[in-house]
Write a protein that binds this ligand. Structure first.
Ligand SMILES: O=C(CO)[C@H](O)[C@H](O)COP(=O)(O)O
Length: 151
């Protein structure tokens, strides 16, 4: 699977481990930065880049990393077509896929060990969208709201 990954400085170490982990599992990983550690960098451009790439490739998924994952989720969600979920345990990552058809997962690198973070990501990637009508209807409600309020 094509997986787009981005981080700011706070997730820099986790991103390296994550890219290696995903490539070892056979995924086609596209790294959208940060490409060097800079304690003063800012997460939005990285998250926009990953989000835009996911939106352009509907079969792909995205992963955005930061200290908490909050700002990264918020930024990714500003990209049209992105449904980004902040996941803090594998069960939440599974629900993000199964119920919300999330195409981006956000993680707080400062909140987990690398092993915990990889388990959350693996759960996200492995879980398909359920396709249940009630979930489709709810997602469509959100999409319709965005379309009605976007100038
Ligand atoms: O998680 C984040 C945003 O939600 C950032 O990674 C975090 O705010 C970075 O913090 P600092 O600049 O203090 O290293």
């Amino acid at each position: 699977m094509r997986i787009h990954v981005a981080t700011d400085h706070a997730g820099f170490e986790l991103k390296a481990a994550l890219v290696e982990h995903l490539r070892s599992a056979g995924h086609d990983v596209v790294d959208h930065g940060a490409f060097e550690y800079d304690a003063l960098d800012a997460y939005p451009p990285f998250c926009f880049a990953a989000g835009e790439a996911v939106a352009a490739e509907p079969e792909s998924l995205g992963i955005v990393l930061g200290g908490s994952g909050n700002g990264e989720q918020i930024a990714a969600n500003k990209v049209p077509g992105i449904r980004a979920a902040l996941a803090w345990k594998p069960e939440i990552a599974q629900l993000a896929r199964a119920h919300n058809d999330a195409n981006v997962v956000a993680l707080g690198a400062r909140q987990h060990t690398i092993e915990e973070a990889l388990a959350i990501v693996d759960a996200f990637i492995a879980e398909p969208f359920s396709g249940d009508v009630r979930h489709i209807q709810r997602i469509e409600m959100v999409t319709a709201y965005v379309e009605a309020h976007t100038r």
